[in-house]
Design a protein around this ligand. Structure first.
Ligand code: NAD
Length: 478
């Protein structure tokens, strides 16, 4: 059956005024799998108005009561994990086996913020006996969540859960390539978990049309944006005119550093996951692998063996699925041409994957280039696909110089058994999130965000609460 995706506003589905839909293509086959509403300014207006109308009552509810509804939503997410996961797997192409982890994380965001909001408070500031001074954290009002296609429910939950928990209402805009799972989440929230209609709305359509309308709307009070640099910059320009607060979670070109004292077998496995998880469609993917030169050749041999063992395909238990959008599939392939022009030869991979079981799907062979230097295009630009650049380094200082020589600063990995070195390097890396002796994501309680062009503001953890509330001081003369 073909999928039909409409917006969900004020507790009901909303069709686009002009009746326009765009085709949704199945990344596993290249064939049409449904239609997605191509909404415009009218739908954005209705969604923001609906969120603004619902906000005062939601804001004034006791935090424990808001938390109770969000915990109920988490419980339903867990109960519906198979169905929601299958929907997301179908529209992204992700191997089914990955969905259990992502659905668990999605539920965890609602559980975490539902609980923590009960202890979120201001402070009393001593100004002597003639004053009573305190601070409080107020919600912004209507918050926009503009979201990418690489992990739709996970990215949505990490913005929407803290926004709702702190008394804001939300207008979410999923990627036009992966909207169905978020619309279903909003429906479940309202119709099954008891979230008041209008508190959580989803507008479906093209970001270049809807995003600027959301950002310019006078009732929109803050936007949390997760996506690429170009769209982030465009939003930033509009936000500057309106003094609209933004959280920007942008891209990366994260360094993963392997020192000669590391457990090389574990590092080879970790370095493989770092650039191939989700077929490389991961903002914090470790795509610049810095390897100490005295272990370089030995390590590359282990790495290539790990990569050769990956299974690309549409199967439930494949290690890599397809690329989610055709544009991204084509963009990744353009980097194979750039690599050739810059004199690089792949140690493994280097082209789109083909085979009878892959049909017309958008699959890429996991690819490793050795002999890369940090000034090459492949080492500088975010590709958002399973392409790894291996760059040798001499010593700790050289590793740090190379790692920090990037416009981005999202994640970084360190592989070493020397605890002193680990702390020194972690302190000097210009990145928002450092992982040592594994390369993983998925820590709901840990802040996530970028240095430099990887963005500003933080999602996840307790710190995110300060990005979804504004601090107010109350000064009382006694
Ligand atoms: P994208 O920037 O193309 O789109 C992201 C969202 O912005 C989509 O909903 C899109 O419709 C919307 N959009 C597009 N143009 C817009 C505009 N002019 N104004 C407002 N909104 C607009 O990104 P993508 O291709 O969906 O996702 C890939 C990018 O997202 C990568 O760069 C990746 O690194 C980044 N990302 C970052 C994180 C993080 O946590 N830092 C997480 C996931 C993805």
């Amino acid at each position: 059956m073909l999928l039909k995706v409409d917006s969900y506003v004020g507790g009901r589905y909303l069709q686009p005024a002009e009746g326009h839909y765009v085709d949704k293509i199945d990344p596993r086959t290249g064939e049409k799998m449904g239609e997605v509403a191509n909404s415009g300014p009218r739908e954005v207006e209705l969604a923001i108005q609906s969120a603004a109308d619902a906000q005062p009552a939601w804001r004034d509810m006791r935090p424990s009561e808001r938390g109770r509804i969000l915990v109920e939503l988490a419980r339903i997410i867990r109960r519906s994990e198979d169905r929601l996961g299958a929907l997301e797997s179908a529209e992204t192409g992700k191997p089914g086996r990955e969905m259990a982890t992502l659905m668990d994380l999605t539920a965890q965001y609602f559980e975490f913020y539902a609980g923590i909001v009960n202890v979120m408070d201001g402070e009393v500031i001593n100004q002597g006996p003639n004053y009573h001074v305190y601070t409080r954290r107020d919600p912004f009002g209507v918050i926009g969540a503009i979201l990418p296609w690489n992990a739709p429910l996970h990215q949505a939950a990490r913005a929407i859960a803290p926004a709702l928990a702190t008394g804001n209402t939300v207008v979410a805009k999923p990627s036009e390539h992966t909207s169905a799972s978020l619309v279903e989440l909003a429906r479940i929230a309202v119709e099954e978990a008891g979230l008041p209609a209008g508190v959580f709305n989803v507008v479906v359509g093209k970001g270049s049309v809807i995003g600027p309308v959301m950002a310019r709307h006078p009732l929109m009070r803050k936007i949390s944006f997760t996506g690429g640099l170009t769209a982030g910059q465009e939003l930033g320009r509009i936000a500057a005119e309106r003094i609209l607060p933004l959280t920007l979670e942008l891209g990366g070109k994260s360094a993963n550093i392997v020192f000669d004292d590391a457990d090389l077998a574990a590092a080879a496995k970790g370095a493989t996951t770092a650039f191939t998880w989700n077929s490389g469609q991961w903002c914090a993917a470790g795509t610049r692998l810095l390897v100490q030169e005295n272990i370089h050749d030995r390590f590359v041999e282990k790495l290539v063996a790990e990569v050769a063992a990956l299974r690309v395909g549409p199967e439930h238990d494949a290690t890599s699925g397809p690329i989610t959008t055709r544009a991204q599939f084509e963009k990744i392939q353009s980097y194979f041409e750039i690599a050739e022009r810059e004199g690089l030869k792949p140690a493994i991979g280097g082209k789109a994957a083909s085979g009878d079981h892959l049909g017309g799907g958008w699959y890429i062979e996991p690819t490793v280039y050795t002999g890369v230097t940090n000034d090459m295009t492949l080492a500088k630009e975010e590709i958002f696909g399973p392409i790894l650049c291996v760059i040798p380094f001499k010593d700790e200082a050289d590793a740090l110089r190379l790692a920090n020589d990037s416009e981005f600063g999202l994640g970084a990995g360190i592989w070493s058994r020397d605890i002193g070195r680990v702390h020194r390097v972690a302190a000097s890396l210009e990145a928002g999130r450092i992982v040592v002796n594994e390369y993983s994501g998925g820590f709901v309680q840990t802040p996530c965000g970028g240095f430099k062009q990887s963005g500003y503001g933080r999602e996840q953890g307790i710190d995110a609460l300060s990005h979804y509330t504004q601090l107010k001081s109350v000064i009382i003369r006694l």
